[in-house]
Design a protein around this ligand. Sequence first.
Ligand SMILES: NC(=O)c1ccc[n+]([C@@H]2O[C@H](COP(=O)([O-])OP(=O)(O)OC[C@H]3O[C@@H](n4cnc5c(N)ncnc54)[C@H](OP(=O)(O)O)[C@@H]3O)[C@@H](O)[C@H]2O)c1
Length: 242
Amino acid sequence: MTYSLQGKRVMIVGGGSDIATALASDLLHEGAHVMLAGRDATKVAAAAQVTGDTIETLAVDLADEESLRAAAATVAAGGELNHLISVAAQRANGPVATLERRAVLAAFDAKVVGPLLLAKHFTPLIAVGGSLLFFSGLAAWRPSPGGVAMAATNGGVTTMVSALAVELAPIRVNAISPGVIATSAWDAVGPGKQAFFDKVAATNPARRVGAPSDISAAARALLTNPFITGETLHVDGGGRWA
Ligand SMILES: NC(=O)c1ccc[n+]([C@@H]2O[C@H](COP(=O)([O-])OP(=O)(O)OC[C@H]3O[C@@H](n4cnc5c(N)ncnc54)[C@H](OP(=O)(O)O)[C@@H]3O)[C@@H](O)[C@H]2O)c1
């Protein structure tokens, strides 16, 4: 039994994000062959450059099934895939009264419908011992006013991975549920970002916000441990209990 990622072929969707970049760097360091995929070619290329390696990039929009079909054909031409990860998210924050249907559907496309279609098109490519890894989030487990759409999408991921793990066995399917992680996603908070991070750090049991490397370490465990499937691993500094 091997817990090594050496030589494994791994594709990461949502490839322009900080967490994808950190994950790609760590996997490359372990000798994996990493592909970054996303809907914004410039952002994905920039992320690929940050890793310091020459890595393959692919166009994938989780709201466009044809792009998933095309990406699967491209990946298949290179052989089997060991692990497929999607870190993608599209925010739809705000009180129920203000929610726009289009934004809510885009959030579900990024977290639930798109990953389900990834499973549809990429499962035939997954090698023995391989896995799918999707991203839930604290919003589902510690709901707050204005976060109902994100609670629903993140909760949907957890339900989906358990069901997929049963249906796609022995391919393993897991999720990570991050707490507050210091990524550029929080830049939208504006000048109050650091004060928000300080507040979170003061109240959660880990007494700090998370770093992309915390997520990467958890992902490594889920990708390599052959006895974990159907699981959502909470990497939230205990934020659910704060
Ligand atoms: N950071 C945190 O504190 C935190 C907390 C809880 C959960 N999480 C979860 O952890 C994951 C990564 O977090 P992050 O902070 O790195 O996220 P992020 O900065 O918001 O990045 C999300 C990525 O998803 C991509 N994306 C959105 N819709 C897509 C679509 N239809 N097709 C393809 N890609 C799409 C975005 O692409 P574009 O660049 O083109 O927009 C972006 O690269 C997310 O699932 C997030 O919900 C993070």
